[in-house]
Structures are given as structure tokens and as C-alpha cells.
Design a binder for this molecule. Structure first.
Ligand code: SF4
Length: 384
């Protein structure tokens, strides 16, 4: 049985999270919001899977218009909006949704001279006027540059400090209906960041997620590792499982989330293979409206198949869906790929190797993978 949670209860439309409310399970439309047919289908798929909250990304006035149409078509589901780099859209989206997620790491993009506090106040005014909840969503790949610089030797501390400081701004603005998320693609870092945050702010509901967990089954195991540790100790009020899946299968994120919760509740902890993640680790993002080429999911699957021969080597390959977050989200990987409309960018550590056609990228990736394996083998011979 899980320990009791000590967070306050907040309202998101007709749903409550925190306190003694059941842990809510949510997901996000992976389609481009303006593609009305595809996004409507995503909402249907997630609704059918039993999502408690469905999130949609918005970054432009055209996205807001699309959201208006979608809301008319789907008046019932609890909708959350992901404000990407354009925080000024808050008053336009707030009447249409139940929750607004802002990423503190994206607030610097617009009006660079305006204090962050004023920008947060602007979002909060919109949320308060229209009865929306807020999520302060901190993400390892897009940490506020000031915190990234200040805590460069301790990125987890940087994420936690950023989240705690934003909570303080909301507290000072006397806004209570908010939750926080601290996501990373590494289960261990998710556990550490959320534990640290919860010990400082045990009252604030937490949205848990391992970002870019990747393809099933590895992505499910990574997520399970984090959720088992946190939820069983009373940390976590809503969850999102991020898996790299074709859009029609996105409902699996909800199904998997509920399975994990049920297992934890009933004391069934799956033992994690001792050597899991000791060898090859493939990270892939769950895809979202920023994906510019649908070949992304297929590419992630092909990378895994191609790299199978290297499974005993401790190497991380990150495959990301877009050019916006791809460069940052691949920073910690040995080899990083991020997808553009017609080409895929490749990076080895922090060195950019160039961009390649979708047909070429696997071959080039294999070449780099082979080189890393040779480098590792040389190192281990030297150590013997
Ligand atoms: S890396 Fe890009 S495409 Fe993938 S989930 Fe993040 S923002 Fe979306």
C-alpha cells in the first residue's frame, strides 16, 4: 500500500488532484493542434482509453483558433493547455481549458527585459479570471537559463530551486490551484528531483513523469521504476506516461499508467532486472504537436532495431521529434538525433555532426555507434 499523500487538493475543471483524491492519469495529443481532424482523433483515442486530463499544445493564434473549434467539438473532457514559448496566449486559451501548463524555462523567449515575475503574474491573472488550475512544468531539457548557469554542477538542484521559486511567486500572488512537475528522461533523476521538492513543499501536488521514456517496453520500465519509488512513498498526485507510439496507439499511455498505479496500490512491485540500463539505453520523446515529420516514430523504432547488436555497451542514444527541444534534450546522450521536416540532425556528445536525409541517418548513426564501441573497448583494455 502507498503511504498517504500530504498535498493540498486542487481543482482542475470537474476533477480534483492532491490530498485524498485518486491519482489522476493524463496524456497529451501528439498531433499538430491545427490539424483538426488528427487532433480530434487523438482526443477521441485518449478519451476512450479513460484519460482524466488531455493536454493540447498551443503556440500561436492559429493554434488558439484550432483549440476553440476542438473545445466546441469536445465540451466534456478536462483539457489542459501547454503554453509553449508564447506565454502571452494565456488570456486567449484560459476560457477554453481547465488547466494551463507553463514551463519556467520558456518564459525568457518573449519580452526579454520584462521580469519573470510579471510574466507569471500575467498567466496567473488569466487563470484566476477563468477558473483554471496551473502546472509549473520544469523539464530537464529546457531549464531556465539563469538556473542552468547557476546550478551547472548540480542540474537537479537547479530544477528544484526553479520550481520552489515559482511556487513562491504563485503563493505571493495568492494563487493556490497549482501543481508542479519535475521531469527528466532518467528515472533516477526524476526520483531525486521529486523527493527533494516534496521534502521542501509537501503541500504542493506533484505531476509525475519520466520524459522521453521512449519505446515500450523499455519506456514502460523506466517509468515504472520512478513511479514505484515515488508513489509508494506518498509522492505523486497525477501521472503522465510518455511513450513513443503511433498516434492511434496513444491510449496505451493511459492503460499503462493505470496498470502501474494498480500494481503499486496492491503491492505488486515488478522487480527491475539488475542490469537494466547498464547497457544500451535508447531515449525517445513521446512526440507532440512540434513533430514536423511523421517518420519520427518509425525512426525511433528503427534505431532500436539497428542498435540491438550494441545492447551490452553502456551507451545512450536519444531520438527526439523536433528541432525546438531536440538539441537541448539530447545533451546528456552519447549520440543524439532530432528530426526536422526532411532531415535528421545528429550529434555526438555536444558536437554536432550535421544533418542527414531520413534514408541516410541509420547508416551514419551506426558508423558513430561503432566508433564509440571501439573507443570504449580501447579504454577498457587500457584499464586492464
Ligand atoms: S522533443 Fe519536441 S517533439 Fe518531442 S515531445 Fe519534446 S517538444 Fe515534442
Amino acid at each position: 500500500m502507498s503511504k498517504l499523500r500530504s498535498t493540498r487538493k486542487i481543482r482542475i475543471g470537474c476533477l480534483h488532484i492532491g490530498g485524498d483524491a485518486p491519482v489522476a492519469v493524463q496524456s497529451m495529443a501528439a498531433t499538430q493542434t491545427q490539424n483538426l481532424e488528427a487532433t480530434a482523433r487523438q482526443i477521441e483515442v485518449l478519451q476512450q482509453a479513460g484519460a482524466d486530463v488531455i493536454r493540447i499544445a498551443v503556440d500561436s493564434d492559429a493554434d488558439v483558433e484550432a483549440l476553440k473549434t476542438l473545445r466546441k467539438q469536445f465540451p466534456d473532457p478536462v483539457l489542459s493547455v501547454d503554453l509553449q514559448e508564447n506565454y502571452k496566449l494565456a488570456p486567449k486559451v484560459a476560457p477554453l481549458v481547465d488547466k494551463i501548463r507553463y514551463n519556467p524555462g520558456h518564459l525568457f523567449h518573449l519580452e526579454k527585459d520584462k521580469p519573470i515575475r510579471e510574466k507569471v503574474g500575467f498567466i496567473i491573472d488569466a487563470a484566476r479570471t477563468h477558473g483554471c488550475a496551473i502546472r509549473i512544468g520544469v523539464n530537464c531539457g529546457s531549464v531556465d537559463p539563469d538556473y542552468k548557469k547557476k546550478y551547472r554542477n548540480n542540474p537537479i538542484e537547479g530544477m528544484v530551486r526553479c520550481a520552489v521559486d515559482h511556487c513562491q511567486i504563485l503563493d505571493e500572488l495568492k494563487f493556490e490551484d497549482y501543481c508542479v512537475s519535475l521531469k527528466d528522461s532518467d528515472s533516477g533523476k526524476v526520483i531525486e528531483a521529486n523527493r527533494q521538492f516534496a521534502s521542501e513543499r509537501p503541500d504542493v501536488p506533484l505531476h509525475l513523469g519520466v520524459t522521453e521514456a521512449g519505446l515500450p517496453p523499455d519506456g514502460i520500465i523506466k517509468t515504472r521504476i520512478a513511479f514505484e519509488q515515488l508513489i509508494s512513498s506518498g509522492i505523486g498526485d497525477t501521472i503522465r506516461v510518455s511513450l513513443t507510439l503511433p498516434n492511434e496507439d496513444k491510449g496505451q499511455e493511459i492503460v499503462v499508467g493505470r496498470e502501474i498505479l494498480k500494481d503499486i496500490e496492491e503491492g505488486r512491485f515488478r522487480s527491475v532486472p539488475e542490469n537494466f540500463l547498464d547497457g544500451l539505453n535508447i531515449i525517445a520523446c513521446p512526440s507532440c504537436s512540434r513533430v514536423e515529420n511523421d517518420k519520427f516514430v518509425e525512426l525511433a523504432q528503427e534505431v532500436r532495431t539497428m542498435a540491438r547488436y550494441a545492447e551490452k555497451h553502456k551507451i545512450t542514444i536519444a531520438v527526439m521529434g523536433c528541432r525546438v527541444n531536440g538539441p537541448g534534450e539530447t545533451d546528456d546522450a552519447d549520440l543524439g538525433l532530432w528530426c526536422g521536416p526532411s532531415r535528421v540532425n545528429l550529434k555526438k556528445g555536444t558536437e554536432t555532426l550535421g544533418s542527414f536525409a531520413y534514408e541516410e541517418i541509420l547508416g551514419r548513426l551506426k558508423k558513430e555507434l561503432d566508433l564509440i564501441i571501439v573507443e570504449q573497448e580501447k579504454k577498457s583494455i587500457k584499464l586492464q
